[in-house]
Structures are given as structure tokens and as C-alpha cells.
Design a protein around this ligand. Structure first.
Ligand SMILES: Cc1ncc(COP(=O)(O)O)c(C=O)c1O
Length: 496
């Protein structure tokens, strides 16, 4: 190939390279692009470095370095003194002037599991504002204290904290064991505590360590989409068991085909806020023992109770070691911290610790050390206490405003704990359409139907988060929402 043609080609490619890069990198990229596009086919002899640098108006070393890089990555063969040739191995690459799409709109490049995960998409990008559920207030977080603790542990004298955190940070596990003993009547040793990056990871670890592909799993209906998606992604046959006023209500027939694992939120069912009755707790524990099922107790926001102390855990009630307790710091600290903890029965400790290390490689010891001191020095309980007061006021403003505007056309479920509450409609309202209309008006709500696996069973309603909405913004947003609700109630009445 004529050297003049090669120079022209390279000038065109050089002009397309990002300006900020060093000239030798741009030259390398230009040559590589010409080779990959097939404009410099395999076997082509490249010009000598002296002549090419002169023709391109750049230093010889620049071209030399670009050739060296091409040689190192296998694009050219032959030593520079003997002439450099485009590698014959590139015959196999073929020409792809436009990159081929790997994953099309029908997601044909994904596995069946990957396609299902991608199609599930229940999490929301919106993480603030009235009335996104499940979101804590982060403006009132004690930034100064947390910053001081982080900097205390993030320094050369503590460089061991930058290593992998095999088994979690000891003092944090001691602090959590004590905290759980006092607040949840749980007797556990620090050894039984595992630290993870959020509850999703905890559920994932349980699924991997306690179930096999195709095993049956139960979740609550309606229930937390996060657990549902994680269990499904683990290849489990997920069945949703409807609730009644006492919480999850499996029928005798359900127990005849028992699950290997079940995910429950007994202290405050998500999203309805229903508390699992004592009778049902005992039934679930007894049946789990009988059929060898494991119970994951998702205790995500029990600290934030507005009228009484946190409820005792199912774990504490169980004498048969069938319960794995999962707590998270997402609601009482902040979600981006991505720290959760698990308490596993004594007999599972060794296997789960190995599983956690092998599958997820623990880290974040600086955060764990800061958190341990945050708990030990009383800041944790003080923060929770303060936020409980703030959230309670916000909940009351919301209840007051919507109560005044919507009266008997809605029923409230939950709200005695946590960051959100549910409004239920007796009329056949299309809650997804309502949520879309509210969003168009600037108000975020989550339709209750989103939390059902079998949508044909779904009761219409709205899940509303009040915790992260400043007091003065609650009423105006509630007024807007009430107007949208009224329109949908009228539509439902017309539908009959
Ligand atoms: C029922 C339930 N469990 C757990 C979590 C928290 O998950 P994570 O600890 O992964 O942030 C949430 C968050 O919304 C939730 O609603």
C-alpha cells in the first residue's frame, strides 16, 4: 500500500481522536482504528518511523512509541528495523465498521435469569421528595460526628483497616450483639453476627447457602420486591403467600408443599405495616421446624416505632435455630452506607462466614470502625431518638391533611413504625395510573399493585413515604395528591 495513502488515512483518524490525549496515544489510537477498520489489512507494511513522523509533522519518538504499543498489543509484527507489518492474526477479526450490538432490545444476549432480572426493574431512581417510600431523611444526619469518626479511623496509623475485613470488624459485632440484646431481646454472641453490604446481599447469601436451584421460597403478598427479585435471581421457585390482619397467612394446603426458605418482615410487614401476630409467629416457627424450612427475618425499620418500644424478634422467640435475622442501617443511618448485619444460628456460623468471604469479599472496615464507636458512644440511639420525633411529626401532618381531604374513601395501613404508610382504596382504583398522574403533578407515590407478585390479587392502594419530606412541603404535596386521588375515585365510581 502506498505510503502517501497511509499518511492521508492516519491524518483523518488523528483528527477524530480526543484532543486531551497525548500525541503518542492519539497516534497509536489512529493506527489501531485504521487496522481494526480493515483500511490497513493484515500483511500491510507500515511506513518507517522516520518517514511517517516527517509526513505527519511529529517527533520520531512519538511514532516509535505508538509502534511499540501496537507491537506489544499484537496489532503489528516484525521488528521496526526490518519493517513493521499489520498482524496476520487480525484476519480472524473481520470488519465491523459499526460496533455490533450484543444485547438488543429483546435482551437476546442475556441469560434467562439476566433477562428476568432486567425485566423486574422495581427499584426507583427517584430517592427523595414527597412521597417516595422507604427513604430516610439525610439532611438531619449528624455529619460532624460521623466525619470526625471517619477521619479518626482513616489514617496511616490505622492502615490495617484498609485490608479485607475477613469476618467483619470485631468491636462492631460486639456493639451490635449488645444493641440487639437490649432492643430486640435477642441473645446472640458477636460470633453469630455477619456484616454485609445491605439486606439484598444478606438475602442473597441465605439463598446461596441454604437452597438449591428450583427450591421453593415464600414471600409475603404484598411484599418487598427486593427480596422477591433476589430470590428469583437465585433460581428459586418463589410463591407469594397472601396476608391477613395477623400477617402472612399460609393455608393448610400451603404447608403441604412447604418452602425451603421464607422471607418475612414480622415486626412491620412491608409495605402494609401489619405486625405478625403471636399466634402466627408460633405457627410459622413450629411449621418451619416440622418441615425443615429456614426463615429470613427482615427487620428493616423496627427501631422507628412511634408508640412503643421495638418489638421482640422472631429470632429471639425461636428455640429451634430456624431463623436468620437481618437488620440494616439503611433506614436509621443512611441507605448509601450499604451496611447490614445478619445473625445466624450457631450451627451456621462457620459455613456462612466462609460463604460471605468467598462470594463477596468483605471490606469497609473504616466505616465499620466508625459505626462501632458511633454505637458505643451513644450517638446511634440519640440519632434514632431524634429522627423518631421528626418522622412522627411528619407522619402526623400527612395523616392530618389527607384525612381531612379524603375522609372515608381511604383506609390507612401501617404508619405506626417506619418511613412510610399505605392508603388503601375500597373502590376499584387503578393505582398505577393514579401514581403516573401524581408524578406528572410532581408527587411521587408507589402503587400498591407494584408489591404484588400476582397482580390479579392486588388490592388498590398507595405507598407513601413521609420521612424525607421537610414539614413545610408535606401539606402542599398532600393537597396535590388528594386532587389526583379524587379524580381517580370518580373514575372508579363511574366504572362502577
Ligand atoms: C422491606 C425492606 N427490607 C430491607 C430494605 C433495605 O435494604 P438494604 O439494607 O439493602 O438497603 C428495604 C429498603 O427499602 C425494605 O423496604
Amino acid at each position: 500500500m502506498d505510503n502517501r495513502l497511509i499518511v492521508e488515512l492516519l491524518q483523518q483518524h488523528l483528527a477524530r481522536q480526543p484532543e486531551g490525549l497525548m500525541l503518542r496515544i492519539r497516534t497509536f489510537l489512529a493506527l489501531r482504528q485504521a487496522i481494526l477498520d480493515g483500511q490497513l489489512p493484515p500483511g500491510t507494511r507500515l511506513p518507517g518511523t522516520r518517514s511517517l513522523s516527517r509526513d505527519l509533522g511529529m517527533g520520531r519518538n512519538t511514532v516509535l512509541r505508538a509502534y511499540e504499543q501496537l507491537f506489544a498489543e499484537g496489532y503489528i509484527e516484525g521488528l521496526i528495523g526490518d519493517g513493521s507489518y499489520v498482524s496476520e492474526a487480525l484476519q480472524r477479526v473481520g470488519r465491523h465498521p459499526t460496533p455490533k450490538r450484543l444485547v438488543g432490545t429483546r435482551r437476546e444476549g442475556l441469560s434467562r435469569r439476566g433477562g428476568e432480572i432486567a425485566a423486574a426493574s422495581s427499584s426507583s431512581r427517584i430517592q427523595r421528595g414527597a412521597f417516595m417510600p422507604g427513604v430516610p431523611d439525610t439532611e438531619n444526619f449528624p455529619f460532624a460526628i460521623w466525619r470526625r469518626l471517619l477521619s479518626k479511623y482513616f489514617q496511616p496509623a490505622q492502615s490495617h483497616l484498609l485490608q479485607y475485613a475477613h469476618g467483619g470488624y470485631g468491636p462492631l459485632k460486639v456493639a451490635l450483639a449488645e444493641y440487639l440484646h437490649v432492643t430486640r431481646m435477642m441473645k446472640c454472641s458477636p460470633r453469630q453476627i455477619l456484616i454485609l453490604n445491605g439486606s439484598h446481599q444478606a438475602v442473597d447469601l441465605c439463598a446461596r447457602m441454604l437452597t438449591d436451584h428450583g427450591d421453593r421460597a415464600w414471600i409475603e403478598e404484598p411484599g418487598y420486591w427486593g427480596s422477591r427479585n433476589v430470590l428469583r435471581a437465585a433460581g428459586l421457585d418463589v410463591r407469594a403467600i397472601p396476608l391477613d390482619a395477623g400477617g402472612i397467612a399460609p393455608t393448610p394446603e400451603d404447608w403441604e408443599a412447604p418452602p425451603r426458605i421464607m422471607c418475612l418482615s414480622p415486626s412491620s410487614q412491608y409495605p402494609t405495616g401489619v405486625v405478625l401476630s403471636l399466634e402466627r409467629r408460633l405457627e410459622v416457627l413450629e411449621q418451619a421446624e416440622r418441615c425443615g424450612a429456614w426463615i429470613i427475618e427482615d427487620d428493616y425499620d423496627n427501631e422507628l416505632r412511634y408508640h412503643n418500644q421495638p418489638l421482640a424478634s422472631l429470632f429471639g422467640l425461636s428455640r429451634t435455630q430456624r431463623v436468620i435475622y437481618v437488620g440494616t442501617l439503611s433506614k436509621v443511618m443512611f441507605p448509601g452506607l450499604r451496611l447490614s448485619y445478619m445473625v445466624v444460628p450457631e450451627d451456621l456460623v462457620d459455613a456462612f462466614s466462609i460463604g460471605n468471604a468467598e462470594l463477596f469479599r468483605e471490606g469497609r472496615m473504616v466505616d465499620q470502625a466508625a459505626l462501632a464507636e458511633f454505637i458505643d458512644s451513644g450517638h446511634f440511639t440519640a440519632h434514632i431518638k431524634r429522627m423518631r420525633g421528626i418522622y412522627r411529626t411528619r407522619r402526623d401532618i400527612l395523616l392530618d391533611e389527607l384525612g381531612a381531604r379524603l375522609g372515608n374513601s381511604v383506609r390507612v395501613s401501617g404508619g405506626h413504625a417506619g418511613l412510610q404508610l399505605v392508603y388503601l382504596f375500597d373502590a376499584p382504583v387503578d393505582d398505577a395510573a393514579l401514581a403516573a398522574d401524581a408524578l406528572a403533578d410532581g408527587v411521587v407515590v408507589r402503587p400498591l399493585s407494584l408489591y404484588y407478585m400476582d397482580r390479579s390479587r392486588s388490592e388498590p392502594g398507595l405507598n407513601l413515604g413521609f420521612a424525607a419530606v421537610p414539614d413545610e412541603l408535606i401539606r402542599p404535596a398532600a393537597i396535590k395528591l388528594a386532587r389526583v386521588v379524587e379524580v381517580h375515585l370518580e373514575k372508579a365510581a363511574r366504572r362502577g
